[in-house]
Ligand binder design. Structure first.
Ligand SMILES: *Cc1c(COP(=O)(O)O)cnc(C)c1O
Length: 427
């Protein structure tokens, strides 16, 4: 774990150039790496030596940026993936396979919900979804003997529910399984789930980490604390020999600190190839250098806009965890004392139709299937990102038909409020 403060890690983490070496992270745009003897390369293939042989599995630029994210989250090992979807798929599939079961919080991102409830279900993995504020007995009842993980989002996209990380971590650990937390919206600037008992953290780096809408990407970080051998019967993939790697037992060879990420790299990256390009990793690295500055500004602007929306009687409701009357305000104070994120949701009086007209009246705020960009953008989830869901699923995900998701950028807050005002004036 890094002893430097998080702002310094954003700027300088992950990469320490030697004498005369490039100041900026070098882009190693090479698929392959040259060796003097076949024997040397064989050691890499057997995971007996560290080094690079093929960029589908590992690349020095991607690893440098993963190291920075690892330091930011306070983990022991990390890897980049080609998208947030790939990160969440890998994080779960690394420990759950056909015949297994996972408990997930129901307000998670629509893309993740679909990945779990439809695609991974086809692979034979069952999911039980529980509300973020479910009762203790509902949470207990969700577990089965074949449960392998618990999954939630620090701040759900776009429902904006705050996960009671400690509560879900305790429940997971009582049942001998890890808690996986998607920390995309909070970022390690506003919350570090490992500080509250989470075991694995995932990210869609496409959002605040990149921050400029330039590269799709994901990351997985391991806290390095989960004792796979203490629950060896549940996690044979980590605690018994891998025949596809000459009988390596990951948890034995790489310990609690490295087993999860090494297995995900050696097996899943090898077989699925969801690897980011070195250039995308470089763009992500540039974004990370200003993450701490941008996140604070995103939150400041979102608070200003939310407070304005509360005063405008053409708005039917405003949902933002930082607001005092929000259902999750207490959780927000505990887990996100410096602010939650730049995303607000609200309803325009007049329902679905008024919401769509309001959006097309906006000039500065662009209609996009995106959030967490330096530029303010907005979306109507019921007709776009969440359109695969039926009404009951929408409700479970906390998405009402009139919900507008506004992702406040880092522009001037008064300009954003001015744009919203004129769009309402012209309804
Ligand atoms: C966007 C998002 C994802 C999916 O990430 P992609 O990079 O789009 O694949 C996963 N989780 C959350 C919370 C997200 O916001």
């Amino acid at each position: 774990m890094s002893e430097k403060r998080i702002e310094t890690v954003c700027v300088q983490g992950g990469y320490v150039p030697g004498n005369g070496e490039p100041r900026q992270v070098p882009i190693i745009q090479s698929t392959t790496f040259k060796y003097a003897t076949g024997a040397e390369m064989a050691k890499l293939f057997d995971l007996e030596a560290e080094g690079y042989f093929y960029s589908r599995l590992q690349n020095p630029t991607c690893d440098t940026v993963a190291r920075k994210i690892c330091e930011l989250e306070g983990g022991t090992a990390a890897m980049l993936t080609s998208s947030g979807q790939a990160a969440n798929f890998f994080a779960v599939f690394n420990i759950a396979s056909c015949g297994d079961h996972v408990v997930a919080e129901s307000s998670i991102y629509g893309g993740t919900f679909n990945l779990f409830a439809v695609t991974m279900k086809k692979m034979g993995i069952d999911f039980t979804f529980v509300a973020p504020d479910c009762s203790e007995s509902e949470l207990e009842a969700a577990f089965r003997p074949n449960t392998k993980a618990v999954f939630g989002e620090t701040i759900a996209n776009p429902a904006l529910r705050v996960l009671d990380i400690e509560r879900f971590a305790n429940a997971a650990h009582r049942h001998g399984v890890p808690l996986i937390v998607d920390n995309t919206f909070a970022t390690p600037i506003n919350c570090r789930p490992f500080d509250f008992g989470a075991d694995i953290v995932t990210h869609s780096t496409t959002k605040y980490m990149d921050g400029h809408g330039s590269a799709v990407g994901g990351a997985i970080v391991d806290a390095g604390r989960f004792d796979w051998f203490a629950h060896a019967d549940k996690f044979p993939g980590l605690t018994t020999p891998d025949d596809s790697y000459h009988g390596i037992t990951y948890a034995e060879r790489f310990g609690k600190e490295g087993a999860f990420i090494t297995k995900a790299t050696a097996q899943l990256m090898r077989d699925f190839g969801s690897t980011p390009s070195p250039f995308s990793a470089y763009l992500l690295s540039l974004g990370l250098e200003s993450l701490h500055v941008r996140v604070a500004r995103h939150c400041e602007n979102a608070r200003a806009v939310a407070e304005y929306l509360l005063t405008d009687d053409r708005i039917s409701w405003v949902f933002y965890p930082d607001l005092k009357d929000n259902v999750d305000h207490k959780l927000c104070e505990k887990y996100l004392p410096n602010g939650s994120c730049g995303v607000i949701s609200f309803g325009v009086k007049g329902g679905r139709e008024a919401a769509e007209r309001f959006m097309s009246n906006l000039k500065l705020c662009a209609i996009e299937t995106h959030v967490a960009d330096a530029r303010t953008c907005c979306l109507h989830p019921a007709s776009t990102t969440h359109r695969q869901m039926n009404d009951a699923e929408l409700e479970a995900a906390g998405v009402s038909p009139d919900l507008i998701r506004l992702s406040c950028g880092i522009e001037n807050a008064d300009d954003l409020i001015g744009d919203i005002k004129q769009a309402l004036d012209n309804l």
